[in-house]
Design a protein around this ligand. Structure first.
Ligand code: PLP
Length: 396
């Protein structure tokens, strides 16, 4: 199978992890060589309820028996999509009441950027240094790393970058700015949390000049920071909310939410301001609804903060200089990219799944399913400490 993987399936890098998957359940992934892998990554923050959560699987099976794709997005009235959008609106600030369902995070960002241009009649977009918002050309235009995008230029014009948490640079948001796009907690930059009311200051500046605030909640969203959305921790809310990943409980998804008046602009002058064949797909909407219901009806979100404290208490080691992030979006930092790399690869061999963060190479990504148990956290942290000890010995 591996040979065919390299021969027929396009690769994203020269060194993929190459674990050959048999099945997955709860917090574990099983490979075809009979090995069990404790999952501290959750499909890169996507598998909110772990693997094969019965509520998600049953919702998918129920929908499978009724209908699959029947029509492009937005024409037919389909219960899973309607119920999801309604439940979401009931748990968001009143101004975020209409949701457009798409297929991925990057498509949701594209939709949000187009909506911001349509609402404001402006084209200037501001993003952040080391921001990651996806890989299509609009999203790549607001990627905060020139090295990663140089080969794909020309991209969108009229995009500027500010430094996350730097309040002076907010003066770059002017009456010409359509929107500033921010990750509520910067992901690829190293799980950088907003400090000193930064988001409130961004909100204030946007209001002063009539620019929109777009918050990308694709990573913190859906319970990972102890609240349904990360912005709830910072007393601020966006004009456009972008979501994806964990929303689908392991299914491919994205969405953007705004107020009705704004969102309706995509439907006229010109009509079809955003269209997508598979957006709101009934199976994916059913999985998203089941995931949201489970989060709302259990204490999983509250538990996230208790589990964070457990991680922080167990991950004490001379090679861990600090731990960035919030809730179950944590990034222990080591002194160097090389150490981080060795630790992640050692843990892979020992049966613990960890991952890298794109622009902060000293960070170890820990984003387990929210359903992970205390015992599993202890088991995984013991493996991580063992790997750190081995690397420390090798350094001496
Ligand atoms: C913050 C953020 N925005 C956008 C995206 C893009 O989402 P997708 O890969 O579903 O297109 C990602 C994916 O990692 C992300 O982390």
């Amino acid at each position: 199978m591996k040979e065919d993987f390299f021969k027929y399936q396009a690769q994203t890098s020269l060194y993929p992890l190459e674990v050959e998957i048999s099945h997955a359940k709860g917090s574990y992934i099983y490979s075809t060589d009979g090995k069990k892998h404790l999952d501290f990554v959750a499909g890169v923050s996507a598998c909110t309820l772990g693997h094969q959560h019965p509520r998600v699987v049953n919702a998918i099976k129920d929908q499978l028996d009724k209908y699959l794709h029947v029509m492009v997005y937005g024409e037919y009235v389909q219960k899973p999509a309607v119920d999801f959008c309604k439940l979401l609106a009931q748990h968001l600030p009143a101004s975020l009441n209409k949701t457009y369902l798409v297929n991925s995070g990057t498509e949701a960002i594209e939709g949000a950027l187009k909506l911001a241009k349509r609402v404001t009649g402006r084209t200037h977009i501001i993003s952040c240094v080391n921001a990651y918002h996806g890989n299509t050309q609009g999203s790549m235009s607001i990627l905060g790393n020139e090295e990663r995008k140089r080969a794909f230029r020309p991209l969108l014009p009229n995009v500027d970058f500010v430094t996350f948490n730097n309040e002076e640079e907010l003066q770059q948001i002017t009456t010409k700015t359509a929107a500033i796009v921010l990750e509520t907690i910067q992901g690829s930059a190293g799980f950088v949390t907003p400090e000193n009311d930064y988001l409130l200051k961004v909100r204030k500046r946007c209001d002063e000049v009539g620019a929109l605030l777009i918050l990308d909640e694709i990573q913190p969203g859906f319970g990972r920071t102890g609240k349904l959305f990360g912005f709830e921790n910072y007393n601020v809310f966006p004009d456009i909310l972008v979501i994806g990943k964990g929303m689908g409980g392991g299914m491919p998804v994205g969405a953007f939410t705004a107020n009705e008046k704004m969102m309706d602009l995509l439907a006229h002058d010109p009509k079809c301001g955003h269209i997508t064949t598979f957006g709101g797909h009934p199976i994916i909407a059913a999985a998203s609804l089941a995931t949201l219901q489970e989060l709302l009806e259990t204490d999983l979100m509250e538990q996230t903060l208790i589990k964070e404290q457990l991680f922080r208490s167990l991950l004490k080691h001379p090679l861990i200089t600090e731990i960035h992030g919030k809730g179950l979006m944590l990034a222990p930092m080591t002194p160097s990219a090389e150490i981080t790399n060795q630790v992640i690869l050692k843990c892979k061999d020992k049966g613990l799944v960890l991952f890298w963060l794109m622009f902060e190479e000293r960070a170890i990504r820990i984003t387990p399913p929210l359903t992970i148990s205390e015992e599993e956290i202890k088991e995984g942290c013991a493996i991580l400490i063992e790997a750190l000890n081995e690397v420390q010995k090798e350094l001496c």
